[in-house]
Design a protein around this ligand. Structure first.
Ligand SMILES: NC(=O)c1ccc[n+]([C@@H]2O[C@H](COP(=O)([O-])OP(=O)(O)OC[C@H]3O[C@@H](n4cnc5c(N)ncnc54)[C@H](O)[C@@H]3O)[C@@H](O)[C@H]2O)c1
Length: 389
């Protein structure tokens, strides 16, 4: 493929941002976009200098996703609908042999995992997952550290993604103006940013989980799920692999701490690496028994992957007035386009996307059952079952 005719479904702040980044690639043509809210196309939105319709006058806008897939002659689609409604859009594109880059978490239930896995097997098109933290400096360095044998075998890892939710703030209003997944999604289900970089150095999947939630404390009146269920303010899950590696994960819903932290700590048989977020000054620290100097070393822990640090187009993003992530999104899209045009890249395949998504679905179920230890199964397991056992 020389030029990718691209469509995007979901024009919230994230879909708009990825659309703008993709438009910078010479071998991408923005052919179409789709949202059930036409204003997201025709009117100027948050963090945009102009309406998308003016920025992309040659692209067609659709309110109906099926019509876009039927009519726009797309090579690929970005699925940027709310975090709990990706799978049906991915399946529909795959059924029409249209390549997909889907944001994460990639599915919202075991049944969706089953349907998406089967659709991907049937399709002539490919699907990759928008696991952008897997492109971050920490994820890249951790993988290198592991591949060089400096970490040894990881035996215990922890991660947390704690994102503030200050009610009434400008950002809060904008982030929620197109949908309410941020307020309603069960916190532990948004585990992909945390688990993704850690699973990339494991040769096995997470197999057991036990999870607890705190109940509501920070605000009892603000957000209620349609079914009347409340969501926990914080959830903590412990996972274990078949060989015994333990992964501890903390994820929040309501949080009054004015932070947006992605933290990771990785303990290996030969070394250690961590990324500790101090909001504007994250650091990466590491040491290894395989090096002459065994003391802890420290470097800055910004998201920007080292490989892209000198790429102008990547560097221009991720500022305070941008929704990009400095810029792992550029790296992710670059890899997806390379995959389509050159047939190889470091894109995150569906299997890895499901391996970082499904543990959160089981963790939610474990919390519902009071922390019961559940065995996690995946669509490629022989004893896979799309129902909880
Ligand atoms: N990887 C990251 O760093 C990162 C960061 C933020 C969000 N996300 C992901 O990005 C995705 C989008 O996030 P957001 O904040 O922009 O969400 P959002 O809710 O603001 O936007 C989603 C858009 O999808 C549209 N939509 C819903 N149903 C549709 C349908 N049937 N047809 C067409 N359009 C439809 C909505 O109208 C809305 O405009 C989520 O999946 C989220 O998980 C990823």
């Amino acid at each position: 493929m020389n030029c990718v005719r691209l469509g995007v479904v979901g024009l919230g702040h994230r879909g708009r941002e990825l659309l703008k980044i993709a438009a910078d690639f010479p071998n991408v043509e923005i052919a179409a976009a789709c949202d059930i809210i036409p204003n997201n196309w025709y009117k100027q939105q948050w963090l945009c200098n102009a309406p998308l319709s003016e920025m992309f006058p040659n692209a067609s806008f659709y309110e109906d996703y099926d019509r876009m897939l039927d009519e726009a002659d797309l090579d690929a689609v970005f699925v940027e609908t709310g975090a709990d409604i990706h799978a049906e859009f991915c399946v529909k594109a795959l059924n029409k042999n249209i390549n997909v880059l889907s944001d994460i978490p990639v599915v919202a239930s075991l049944k969706e995992a089953d349907a998406l896995w089967k659709a991907a097997q049937r399709s002539k098109a490919v699907i990759f997952t928008g696991a952008n933290p897997n492109f971050s400096k920490f994820a890249v360095l951790l993988k290198e550290f592991y591949n060089k044998g400096l970490l040894g075998n990881p035996y215990c890892m922890e991660a947390e993604y704690i994102h503030w939710s200050l009610p009434g703030s400008d950002m809060s209003i904008h982030l929620n103006e197109n949908g309410d997944w941020r307020r309603l999604l069960i916190p532990i289900r948004y585990c992909t940013h945390s688990l993704g970089p850690l699973l990339a150095i494991l040769n096995e999947q997470l197999r057991k989980v036990s999870c607890f939630g705190t109940g509501e404390h920070a605000d009892k009146s603000e957000y209620k799920r349609v079914n009347g269920e409340t969501t926990d303010d914080m959830m903590c899950a412990n996972f274990q692999t078949d060989s015994g590696v333990v992964v501890r994960l903390m994820r929040n819903k309501r949080c009054r701490a004015d932070i947006g932290h992605h933290n990771y700590r990785v303990f290996g048989s030969e070394g250690y690496m961590e990324r500790i977020d101090r909001f504007d000054k994250p650091v990466i620290r590491y040491n290894s028994m395989k090096e002459l100097e065994t003391g802890l070393k420290e470097m800055s822990g910004e998201f920007m992957p080292p490989e892209y640090a000198n790429v102008d187009k990547a560097n221009g993003r991720g500022g305070i007035d941008s929704a990009a992530h400095g810029d792992i999104d550029y790296a992710m899209i670059d890899n997806f386009i390379k995959e389509l045009c050159e047939g190889k890249s470091k894109s995150v395949p569906l299997k890895a996307g499901l391996a970082m998504t499904i543990p959160g679905i089981y963790a939610e179920e474990s919390a519902r059952r009071g922390g019961e230890v559940l065995t996690i199964r995946y669509p490629w397991d022989e004893d896979w079952n799309a129902d909880f056992i």
